[in-house]
Design a binder for this molecule. Structure first.
Ligand code: MN
Length: 477
């Protein structure tokens, strides 16, 4: 994927100045160190040029977004028709070629060339006037902090493109009676592009029966490289490998990057997929348990934004008021990419579901600053709740809890953080991400036009309640 860099100008300045504008723009592009490549495309001087460029951007599958910057003044009426057509994410980069004013060199020619302080205000006006969603980043292009912000937006734009193409396979329906994992699939496809459809568990079982011993041998060899396990438990582990291979075959066949299942519908399967699901997540697939396709999709999107990052399906389970910590875990399905140490595979009975003891990956989550994200259907709109948390490596050994687990403290404080989460309606299922930044998630929500509810160090319950009431007005259809 590539991002297109477009410099705004006009014909009034003459050839020589425009050549300088182009040379400077290319130098800026070459100097940006970003997670995804940027290509200089054009110094725009007319309505027709901008319309043509936007049409090309819309139809180029490799164009992930456009970055604009006005080196000189670029009158905004010539941008209106093009911006009206723009379907790709837009970042307005308010930078300037020179970092400082040269005392001797500055004259009116210099002023006319280096006038983004002036031209970018005209450009900003038209973005605001047209109420177009766009990220705005100000600062000198060589400043690493400025480049970091552009990188955050790039990841959001990549997440948006991925989202608009995302297919989610559901094996079985929702867990009976659960509300928060429900949602308007038609509405979500209209907003996020997600295609959420169901496949029969019986078809998965048929696919499992067709898996060969040789295929299982190969996958178990991969498990051996990544995880410790006892060879006397090998049969349940091989069964999980069979499940993983079958699930992945269906995902690949359908072009899907996420899936959900439910322990209430495992007809014909001997084990709830534990290790299978965990290793699929580790490979980059999104997952949500108990039919939770919204969290499955969100896991996949965040993994697409941070391909080498650490993000997992997670569930808030139980509290330690004394240490002010939440213990997060699931029946089985937590991604070993968040492990503090080398994970191990264990086989134990499961209290729920009435199946054979499943093999699962057991580990303790790592420490560090992270975020938990929950996307709920708030009725007529999606609400993305994002809470800052501080993860701690679990301090107890918990010898009778053989599942992957993580611990964290929510912001703004333990109890206020819990109150805010409950007020906002955040689910018990989340995505735990060690990578995603405030900017990236804000950019993503803006591009997708969904409600964003951040809960962080500066959040108060009073302010949050007011914001949610404002949201009810803003998003009233
Ligand atoms: Mn659950």
């Amino acid at each position: 994927m590539k991002f297109w860099f477009v410099t705004g100008s006009q014909k009034m300045y003459g050839e020589e100045t425009l050549r300088q504008v182009e040379a400077d723009s290319k130098e800026i592009v070459a100097g940006l160190k970003l997670p995804f490549p940027v290509e200089y495309k054009l110094t725009a001087k007319s309505n027709d040029e901008i319309v043509k460029l936007v049409r090309e951007a819309n139809f180029d599958d490799e164009c992930a977004g456009i970055i604009t910057f006005c080196h000189t003044f670029s009158p905004s009426k010539m941008w209106i028709n093009g911006l009206n057509l723009l379907q790709k994410p837009w970042l307005h980069f308010h930078t300037q070629f020179n970092a400082a004013i040269p005392n001797d060199a500055i004259d009116m020619d210099y002023m006319n060339l280096h006038q983004s302080a002036h031209g970018d205000r005209e450009h900003g006006f038209i973005g605001a006037r047209m109420r177009l969603p766009r990220a705005v980043v100000a600062g000198h292009w060589q400043d690493p902090a400025v480049q970091q912000k552009i990188g955050d937006w790039q990841r959001a734009a990549i997440g948006a493109l991925f989202s608009r193409d995302l297919k989610i396979v559901r094996f079985g329906d929702n867990m009976r009676q659960v509300a928060v994992t429900e949602g308007d699939k038609v509405g979500v496809q209209m907003t996020l592009g997600w295609q959420v459809n169901t496949w029969a568990v019986g078809d998965l079982v048929k696919e499992m029966d067709a898996v060969t011993e040789a295929e299982i041998d190969t996958l178990v060899a991969e498990y051996e490289k990544l995880y410790d396990f006892d060879q006397k438990d090998i049969e349940p582990i091989r069964y999980q490998a069979r499940e993983e291979i079958a699930i992945e075959k269906i995902l690949v066949r359908e072009g899907a990057k996420a899936f959900s299942n439910t322990f209430e519908d495992l007809y014909g399967m001997k084990q709830l997929p534990g290790l299978a699901t965990q290793h699929l997540m580790h490979k980059g697939y999104g997952f949500g348990a108990e039919g939770d396709w919204k969290t499955a999709g969100l896991v996949a999107v965040i993994k697409a934004m941070y391909p080498d990052g650490q993000a997992s399906f997670m569930e808030d389970y139980t509290y330690d008021y004394e240490h002010e910590l939440i213990l997060g875990a699931h029946m089985l399905e937590v991604d070993p990419c968040i492990a503090a140490d080398r994970p191990r595979i264990e086989v134990h009975p499961l209290g729920i579901g009435g199946k054979e003891p499943p093999a699962r990956i057991v580990f303790e989550g790592r420490a560090g600053a992270a975020k938990v994200l929950s996307m709920i259907d708030a009725g007529g709109r999606l609400r993305l709740i994002v809470q800052d948390v501080t993860c701690e490596k679990p301090f107890q050994s918990m010898p009778n809890l053989p599942v992957a687990r993580a611990m964290w403290k929510p912001q703004p404080s333990f109890l206020k953080g819990l109150e805010c989460w409950i007020i906002a309606g955040g689910a018990h299922h989340t995505v735990l991400s060690f990578d995603i930044t405030d900017e990236a998630i804000r950019d993503f929500a803006r591009i997708m036009k969904i409600e964003l509810v951040p809960i962080n160090a500066s959040t108060t319950c009073e302010g949050l309640e007011r914001d949610l009431m404002l949201g009810d007005i803003i998003y009233r259809a």
